[in-house]
Design a protein around this ligand. Structure first.
Ligand SMILES: [Zn+2]
Length: 87
């Protein structure tokens, strides 16, 4: 299951290919557990480690989409912060 978004804020566009299409996905990772996360809909870039993904037992959970999107934003914020520090 997946669902596509368009991100409005330019600073949250895909850092790899620069497009504004994101895709929320859920994938079963074990017998009774799924992970949800947001990745680039074009190149599949995912800034989060597996452990940073949102865990769900119900498969696709629409109530958790917002948290998956938060992880994307947080990770890109971290990357932006890092690039500001280095010259
Ligand atoms: Zn991309």
């Amino acid at each position: 299951m997946s669902k596509e978004y368009e991100i409005n804020e330019s600073k949250y566009r895909c850092p790899e290919c620069g497009n504004d299409k994101l895709r929320a996905r859920s994938v079963q990772v074990c017998e009774d557990g799924c992970e949800m996360w947001v990745e680039c809909a074009v190149c599949g870039y995912d800034p989060a480690e597996s452990g940073d993904h949102v865990e769900t037992v119900m498969g696709w959970d629409a109530g958790l989409e917002v948290y998956a999107l938060d992880v994307w934003r947080e990770k890109l914020d971290e990357q932006n912060k890092d690039s500001e520090v280095s010259p």
